[in-house]
Design a protein around this ligand. Sequence first.
Ligand SMILES: NC(=O)c1ccc[n+]([C@@H]2O[C@H](COP(=O)([O-])OP(=O)(O)OC[C@H]3O[C@@H](n4cnc5c(N)ncnc54)[C@H](OP(=O)(O)O)[C@@H]3O)[C@@H](O)[C@H]2O)c1
Length: 217
Amino acid sequence: MFFMKAGILGSGDVGLKLGDAFVSLRHEVKIGTRNTAKEKIMTWTKKHGEKASAGSFEEAASFGEVIVLATLWAATFDVIKLANPKNFSRKVVIDVTNPLDFSKGMPPALALGHANSAGETVQRLLPDANVVKAFNTVGNPHFFHLDFPGGPPTMFICGNDIEAKKLVTNILTDFGWETIDIGGIELSRLLEPLAMLWITYYFKTGTGNHAFKLLRK
Ligand SMILES: NC(=O)c1ccc[n+]([C@@H]2O[C@H](COP(=O)([O-])OP(=O)(O)OC[C@H]3O[C@@H](n4cnc5c(N)ncnc54)[C@H](OP(=O)(O)O)[C@@H]3O)[C@@H](O)[C@H]2O)c1
């Protein structure tokens, strides 16, 4: 087991759920937010004690040895700017975002279409960082403490840097996942539509208790 500092940008359900998981595994977490005085953030930091804190986006990015991007897609550009791209340099950035367009109602559409992706966009915005797409193909209640009767589900990841993907694979293993590395960051073009499949099934069934698993023989 290794211990690290994780800077999580975004204090929504995704950011706080991933924060819960990192702290449970004894990593240190700083949540980056526009407003550290928000009640749910104060409750979250209090719950976790000394290993948990909150700060500005810039403070969280500077703190993190690993940075998690857990932002509303439309806000991601602003958040990266506020966090200062220099703070991402040579770090592993786990991109959890899905580029969702809610303008035409629910279920949302894929804002960037199929010839571009959030993962690639984030990597272009942060050329000195090692971006790994992960956690975007499952609902946040199932990031951690997995108890699917069919065994550990599969998290597909992609990114350009092998060492970064090894680190993310180790994190996913500790969280309870089987991980499959599908290739470079451009394969976010497959993982983000896969998230749409997860979301579509959520709207069809009204439950989020599903995850993907690759079966082999
Ligand atoms: N919901 C899921 O289960 C799930 C699963 C996998 C992936 N995802 C993806 O993960 C990402 C985060 O999901 P979420 O549900 O946690 O998102 P969210 O609550 O809608 O937003 C996350 C954070 O984005 C920041 N943000 C929003 N508008 C902003 C603005 N105008 N300027 C600056 N920052 C702004 C906020 O940070 P502060 O309010 O702290 O400033 C907010 O907490 C999304 O891209 C989503 O598609 C979601």
